[in-house]
Design a protein around this ligand. Sequence first.
Ligand code: NAP
Length: 471
Amino acid sequence: MKMFINGEWVDRDQKIEVLNPFDGSLVDTVPKATAEDVEAAIAGAVRGAEIMRNMPAYERFTILRRAADLMVERQAYLGRTISLEEGKILSEGVFEASRSAITIETSAEEAKRLTGEVLPLDGAPGAVGKLGFTLRVPCGVVAAITPFNFPLNLVCHKVGPALAAGNAIVVKPASDTPLSALKLVEILLEAGLPPLAISCITGSGGTVGDALCRDERVRKISFTGSADVGRRICQVAGLKRVTMELGSNSPLIVMPDADLAKVVEATAASGFANAGQVCISAQRVIAVDKIYEDLLDALRPRIEAIAAGDQLGAGTKMGPMVRESDAERVSQTIDEAVSQGARLICGGSRSGAVVAPTILADVRPDMRISREELFGPAVGVTRASNIDEAIALANDSRFGLSAGIFTQDIDAAVKFARQVDSGNIHINWGPMWRADMMPYGGLKESGMGKEGPKYAIEEMTEMKTVVIHSA
Ligand code: NAP
C-alpha cells in the first residue's frame, strides 16, 4: 500500500516489507518514510487542524459515525488484515475489528459532549459581578505512535478522540503492522474526512520518530508502546502534552476461596490471548498456599489444550509471536527460569515464531520472568502465604497497568483494590479485560494519562478560562 501524507497517497522507492509472522511470507509492502515526509505530513496537518477546529461538532460526529458503520460492514476484511500482519488468530482479528468500530462510534458520540463548566467566581473576594466559564479547544496537531499488537484498535483509540475533539492527526503505526492503519485512513476518507485532517507515515520509528516528536507544531503526542521508546519520546518532546500507554508484567492473585474453574479460564484468556502479546497479559500468577498445587493441576490440561500454530488455520487457538526474534527471547527467558529452579508445568518448546503455551511454577520474584515485561505466551506461578504477602508481591514491579484477584472475601478484595498500585483493578477476573469506553492507563512505569474516547478527548483538548467582567 501507499502511505497517506499531506492529503495524498504517496509511494517511495525504498520499502518496508510486511510479513506474515507465521511463515515469513510477504503480505504487502509500504513506503519507507524519511524525515522530509514527516515535514510534509506536519505541514499538511497544520492546515488540517485549521479545517477541523472550524468544523461543527455535528459534522465531526457524522464523519466518525459513518466510518464506524463502514468498519462494521468491512469487519471480516479488516479482521483478516489484522491477523495476516500481526499473527493473532482470525477470531481475535475479527474481534479487534469489531472493537475498533465501537471505539470510533464512541468517539463520534463524544464529539457532541465537549463541555466546560461555569465557575462560581463570586466565591473569591472582590469577584462580584464576574461570570466565569471554561472552554475546551482542540490542541491542534496530534502525533500518534502505535505498537504492533493491536494494529487497528489502538490506532482508533488515538484517531477517534483526536478527530472528535477537532484536531488533525499524524499517525505513525508500527513498521511490522502498518496495513490496518492505512485501511482505516481509506475508510475515514470515504466517510468524508477532509484529507488534510489525517496523515499516516510508514517508516521506522528510529528514523522518523525524533522528527515527529520534536517538532513544535505538534502540540500533543499520544504514544502506546514499550517503556524504553516512551522514555526516549519524552526526552525529545520538549514542552508539549504527552500520553504514555506503556508496558507491564501484570499480576493475578488467587486466594484459597477462589472459584478454580473461573481462575483457569481467566488465566487461559489473560495469559495467552494474542500469544501473550497484550500489555495487560497476566504474567505473574500469585497463588496463596492452600490452592497452589490444585491450581497447577487444573491449569495443566487447559493450557496444554491451546493449539498453537498458523493463525489462519481452522483449529488454531493461539498464533505465532510477531517476530521469530521475540519468540527466541521468550524461550530464553523460560529456559533461564527453569535453570534457576522454576518447575515447567507445560509448554517450554518453540518452533519458529510459535512458542508453546507455557506454565512455570515455583517462580521467584527475582527471576527475569517476574521482573521484565515478557510479552509472550508464558505465565509464572509464585506462592504466597497470605493476602498481605500476595499484595506485596503484586506491587514488587516497576509497572502498574492492570491487576486481578480471585476471592470470595470482600475484605481481601477491597484491600487489593486499595493497596495494589495499578491503573486497572479486576476483582474475580484476570488483568486482561477492557471495555473501550472505560478510562484506561497505567501507574508507575506503565505510563501516564488515560485512554477511552471520553478521557482521551480531555487529553487532546486544552482548557481556556473565560471571565466576563460585567458591570
Ligand atoms: P515499541 O517497540 O515501543 O514500538 C512502538 C512504536 O514506537 C512503533 O510504532 C515504533 O516504530 C515506534 N518507535 C520506535 N522507536 C521510536 C522512536 N525513537 N521515536 C518514536 N517512535 C519510535 O513497542 P512494540 O513492540 O510495537 O509494542 C509492544 C509494547 O507496547 C509493549 O511494551 C506493550 O506493553 C506496549 N503496549 C502498551 C499498551 C497500553 O495500552 N499500555 C497497549 C499495547 C501495547 P517501529 O515499529 O518502526 O520501530
